[in-house]
Write a protein that binds this ligand. Structure first.
Ligand code: KIV
Length: 270
């Protein structure tokens, strides 16, 4: 296995990301704390403080009960750990239901953290809200396709872009979000051909998750890809590490050492 050395040396900005379309794949990963954010610093272009933390960190069944306080706390931690990536805060469910609320909460995100952009789920029905934000100098990343914040209203997580009618809807969503001034767009849970057509239809970068190979970048949730979250594994998650097993094995050794009075030996004693 090759040893990875972080390559990014300059702070990544919204312009860096926009300019990467069609040139170099964009790497985005989620992080929820300073410890992991520091490990990812210099290797990825974007860190998303995703509201997926509500599931993997808070142990909730979906993302819907995350609130601004929770997202601000984790975003501050991530900003403390990583200096080079563009840091995006996921706006939690209910925090952007009107223009006024979206402005109020995005300003909080800018004032109370060092995040450079906010992420908002929704298609063309959210375009006006996104436009209000971008007109007020808030950088917005859109999110279309399978949108986890709609899980209760839609009765589950449903793969999108399975027929021409739905592909056209997704393309309309993507174009509306681009026109509203978003700098990038997450495309989640759509058939690869649909993601390809969305990517070709807009001039802003698309970042795929469960959307195949044709998007301008990819994002994965860190606790999924490193095998710490074991409740379920979506088909699109590649496990790059069996984190849970490594931790359990190491924990087992510690427990054994303590139970058998092998720890702390003289090496670990004053
Ligand atoms: O909350 C999250 O982690 C996300 C990613 C899945 C894109 O929105």
């Amino acid at each position: 296995m090759s040893i990875h050395t972080p390559k990014i040396q300059k702070k990544v900005t919204v312009s860096t990301i926009k300019n990467m379309k069609g040139k170099e794949p964009i790497v985005m990963i989620t992080a929820y704390d300073a410890l992991f954010a520091k490990l990812f610093d210099g290797s990825v272009e974007i860190i998303l403080v995703g509201d997926s933390l509500n599931m993997s960190f808070s142990g909730k069944p979906d993302t819907l009960s995350a609130n601004m306080e929770l997202m601000l706390y984790h975003t501050r931690a991530v900003c403390n750990g990583a200096k080079l990536p563009l840091i995006v805060i996921d706006m939690p469910f209910g925090s952007y239901t009107s223009k006024e609320l979206a402005i109020k909460n995005s300003i909080r995100a800018y004032r109370e953290t060092d995040a450079q952009a906010v992420k908002i789920e929704g298609g063309k029905e959210r375009a006006e809200i996104i436009k209000t934000l971008t007109d007020s100098s808030v950088a917005v990343m859109g999110h279309i396709g399978l949108m986890p914040q709609f899980v209760r209203s839609e009765g589950g997580y449903k793969v999108r872009g399975k027929d021409e009618e739905d592909i056209q809807k997704l393309i309309e969503d993507a174009k509306a979000i681009e026109e509203a001034g978003a700098f990038a767009l997450v495309v989640e849970g759509v058939k690869p051909e649909a993601a390809k057509r969305i990517t070709e239809a807009v001039s802003i970068p698309t970042i795929g998750i469960g959307a195949g190979i044709h998007t301008d970048g990819q994002v994965l949730v860190w606790s999924d890809m490193f095998g710490f979250f074991e409740d379920f594994k979506p088909k699109f998650v590649k496990r790059y590490l069996n984190g849970a097993k490594l931790v359990r094995d190491a924990l087992g050794e510690y427990v054994d050492d303590v139970k058998n009075r092998r720890f702390p030996s003289s090496e670990y004693s004053y």
